[in-house]
Ligand binder design. Structure first.
Ligand code: MN
Length: 483
């Protein structure tokens, strides 16, 4: 049970000065609209609205989004209309509520349902990412009350969460919410595996916890002694579903999984991250091949951190993650963090791929093609590469210099004749790796792209341009053929 007061407290935790008058109005409006309605769990319906709004407040999102969260089921399930919402709360909030309502209406079943669902998510993302965040918060509470639904429905909702919501949450970098959605869905989607993992974790955790407390104490002492400033050092348990994924990856051998728990060290700046890693390695021996520099080479969703694994005091392997406060916020809030700050170019870059993808997918009626496109962009890894000027470009895994060239500009793609990767000449079908610096060599006199490139390019921008050129040059010859 949650009260309006608790929601307001959560909002004011981030912003003590926040004006919550309109939140109260929205609560009263929703409470009246849903009066007498019960959830399948037996709770008053308004509980669902309040808890959805509270999740949004925990993501530290601005008040209009929280209000839209309170109102999200009103037009669909009550006699109050979207027009009334618009009159009282304004167009912006009404638009978000409308977006959620549209997302909820799924007509099909089976595979078609899956695709319809994906499509709607992408369209909503392109129009307003905030709608997706509200949908995630709504879904999280639905998962938490799944026990009240029939088994078949439980399984469908849980699987849909793991297959559609969770990869999108990952792509948007909302780590904290992704973890919560996955764990809430896990036990309904794969009940036996859930129980198994729960037992493995419970068996291994008490021991690890003791090691962890000692390690944290030692790290703090060392950093203080060396005069290295730190903001926080704490232990963190891996969430069940991500543990389960690792467990499958390592052939169900729990001994292979070191990061069941990790020590996280938060520092002020990037230079300190590396200093701290040095200090840690002077206490415990690092494990070969386990040092990962996600600061220099961020993960495709923007995640940055230093990871290392060391042999701890009991010769037990423990993972250590070192990052700045800003990196930690990016890791937990992802795209949601952007609404906390003034608009920056980082925001624009991150949203650009969503726009791109949605615009492209909108026009594809063939379901197979649609799935393929969606998979490349959301479900497959992307890499970060650099221009010689140091700008970051993100491309799908397997992209080539030609893809890079078209990403920069159509002209550069059309006139591309060679490439240098990290200053060395490579062929145009070279597979670019994360962190590469890519420089394109162009030939002014070149008429257009080589159709043979179609055999290796990965991005749709490149494919479209090359195909368009191919068709155009083909048509030039058409009159000859028709004669
Ligand atoms: Mn709802």
């Amino acid at each position: 049970m949650i009260s309006l007061r608790q929601l307001i407290d959560e909002i004011q935790k981030n912003d003590p000065q926040a004006d919550t008058t309109l939140v109260e109005t929205a609560y009263n409006f929703a409470n009246e609209a849903h009066a007498g309605q019960k959830r399948a769990s037996g709770e008053d319906y308004i509980q669902h609205c309040l808890l959805t709004a509270k999740t949004l407040a925990e993501l530290r999102l601005p008040i209009p989004i929280i209000i839209a969260g309170l109102l999200h089921d009103v037009p669909e399930d009550t006699t109050k209309t979207l027009d009334e919402i618009r009159k009282i709360f304004g167009t912006d909030i009404a638009k978000m509520v409308e977006g959620i309502t549209k997302l909820g209406k799924i007509k099909y079943r089976g595979m078609d349902r899956y695709i319809e669902n994906l499509r709607k998510m992408f369209v909503a993302m392109a129009q307003d990412i905030r709608v997706i965040l509200i949908k995630f918060a709504d879904r999280l509470h639905n998962l938490k009350t799944l026990y009240a639904l029939p088994e078949a429905k439980q399984k469908r909702i849980a699987l849909e969460t793991l297959e559609i919501y969770s990869p999108i949450a990952n792509r948007l970098g909302i780590g904290e919410l992704q973890a919560q959605l996955e764990d809430a869905a896990f036990k309904y989607a794969y009940p036996e595996e859930f129980i198994n993992i729960e037992q493995v974790v419970k068996k291994n955790f008490p021991l690890k916890k003791k090691t962890l407390v000692n390690m944290i104490r030692k790290i703090k002492m060392r950093l203080e002694k060396d005069n290295i400033k730190f903001l926080d050092v704490y232990g963190r348990a891996k969430h069940y579903y991500s543990y389960y994924r690792k467990y499958l990856k390592y052939n169900c051998d729990p001994k292979q999984i070191y990061d069941l728990v990790a020590v996280r060290i938060i520092v002020e700046n990037i230079a300190d991250c590396y200093t701290v890693m040095g200090a840690v390695h002077s206490i415990w021996r690092p494990i070969r091949g386990r040092i990962k520099d996600y600061i220099a080479q961020p993960k495709p969703n923007g995640y940055q951190s230093l990871h290392t694994a060391v042999f701890g005091d009991e010769q037990e392997i423990v993972e250590i993650q070192i990052r700045t406060k800003a990196m930690n916020e990016q890791a937990e809030y992802g795209i949601a963090a952007h609404w906390n700050y003034k608009e920056g170019n980082k925001n624009a870059r991150e949203l650009a791929w969503v726009q791109d993808l949605a615009n492209w997918l909108k026009n594809i009626n063939d379901n197979d093609k649609f799935l393929e496109g969606a998979k490349i962009d959301v479900f497959q890894n992307r890499i970060f590469v650099f221009t010689p000027q140091g700008d970051v470009i993100d491309l799908p895994d397997g992209a080539t210099p030609v893809d890079f060239a078209y990403h920069i500009h159509t002209d550069i793609g059309d006139k591309c004749s060679g490439a240098r990767i990290n200053n060395e000449i490579v062929s145009l079908d070279y597979r670019i790796r994360n962190g590469d610096v890519v420089q394109i060599i162009t030939d002014k006199n070149r008429k257009g792209p080589n159709p043979d490139w179609l055999a290796f390019v990965k991005t749709r921008t490149a494919i479209q341009h090359i195909e368009a050129y191919k068709n155009k040059s083909w048509k030039k010859f058409l009159p000859i053929f028709s004669k």
